[in-house]
Design a binder for this molecule. Structure first.
Ligand code: ADP
Ligand code: ADP
Length: 229
C-alpha cells in the first residue's frame, strides 16, 4: 500500500493565534493527482512542508506506504519525494551541476534525456553541451525555463511522489499552459499533490481538495466543484 496519508494532523507555528492545520485528514492513492485549492494563508504550503518534514505535526500522524514519516530516514524521504516550488534557484554553475545539485549521480545520457522531456534541449545547442554555463556570466533562464529546470531536477530524483507548490505562479498565460501540459505528462504515473489558489489549470486532476483555515472543507472533481459555484 503506497498511499500517502495524513491522519488528523494538527500543526501550529510558535506563537500563532490559530493552528495552520487543524485535524486535517487526507489520503492520496498511489498514482493519484490531487490539487489543494484555497486562499493565501489556508495552510497549503504548511501541508507540503510537513510532508518533507520541514516541521513535524504536534498531533496526528503522516504515513507514506504505511510507514510513519518519523520512521523514514532523511535520504529515503528525499529520494521518495520530489518538490517543484515557486522559487527556483539557479546556481552560477554548469547546466550539468544545476541539474544534479546534490542529487545522486546520473549519466550525461540520462541528463540529456530529461532535458528533452522537459523541453530544455535548446540549452545544449551552444556547443558546450552540459558544460554550458548558467546564471551570472552565462545563459540566463526565463521564468518558464526555470520551472522546466525545476521539473527536470525533480524527475532526476525519480521519486514516486511529486509535490508542486504553485508551479506556474508568476508566469504569463501561455507559458503557464505549457508548464501545466508538461506537468500533466510527467506526473501521469506519480502520486502528485499540487498547491494552487486558482481553479484554473487543475481541470484534469483526479481530485480537488478545497482548504479553508487549515481544514479541507470540500472535495471532488473539477466539474463537481464548478457545478456548486
Ligand atoms: P498557504 O500556503 O495556503 O498560503 P501557509 O501554509 O503558508 O498557507 O500558512 C498557513 C498559516 O500559517 C498562515 O496563517 C500563515 O500566516 C502561517 N504561517 C506560515 N508560515 C509561518 C511561519 N514560518 N511562522 C509563523 N506562521 C506561519
Ligand atoms: P533540492 O533539490 O536540493 O531539494 P529544491 O530547491 O528543489 O532543492 O528544494 C526546495 C526546498 O524543499 C528546499 O528547502 C529543500 O530542502 C526542500 N526539499 C526538496 N525536496 C525535498 C525532499 N524530498 N525532502 C525534504 N526536503 C525537500
Amino acid at each position: 500500500d503506497g498511499a500517502l496519508q495524513l491522519n488528523e494532523v494538527t500543526f501550529s507555528y510558535p506563537n500563532a493565534l490559530a493552528p495552520a492545520l487543524q485535524r486535517l485528514s487526507l489520503r492520496v492513492e498511489p498514482g493519484e493527482s490531487v490539487a489543494l485549492l484555497g486562499p493565501t494563508g489556508c495552510g497549503k504550503s504548511t501541508l507540503l512542508q510537513l510532508l518533507t518534514r520541514a516541521w513535524d505535526p504536534q498531533h496526528g500522524e503522516i504515513r507514506i506506504a504505511d510507514i510513519a514519516l518519523t520512521q523514514w530516514s532523511e535520504p529515503a524521504l528525499r529520494a521518495a519525494i520530489g518538490v517543484v516550488s515557486q522559487r527556483v534557484h539557479l546556481f552560477n554553475q554548469t547546466l550539468r551541476d544545476n541539474l544534479l545539485l546534490a542529487a545522486a549521480e546520473s549519466s550525461d545520457a540520462a541528463l540529456i534525456d530529461v532535458l528533452k522531456q522537459v523541453g530544455l534541449e535548446k540549452l545544449l545547442a551552444d556547443g558546450q553541451g552540459l558544460n554550458a554555463w548558467l546564471g551570472e556570466g552565462g545563459r540566463q533562464l526565463s521564468g518558464g525555463e526555470l520551472r522546466r529546470l525545476a521539473i527536470a531536477r525533480a524527475l532526476l530524483r525519480n521519486s514516486s511522489i511529486l509535490l508542486l507548490d504553485e508551479p506556474t505562479e508568476g508566469l504569463d498565460a501561455e507559458t503557464e499552459q505549457q508548464i501545466l501540459a508538461l506537468l500533466a505528462r510527467v506526473t501521469a504515473d506519480k502520486t502528485t499533490i499540487m498547491v494552487t489558489h486558482r481553479l484554473q489549470g487543475i481541470e484534469n486532476f483526479d481530485r480537488i481538495c478545497v482548504m479553508e483555515r487549515g481544514e479541507i472543507v470540500e472535495q471532488g472533481k473539477h466539474d463537481e466543484l464548478m457545478a456548486k459555484r
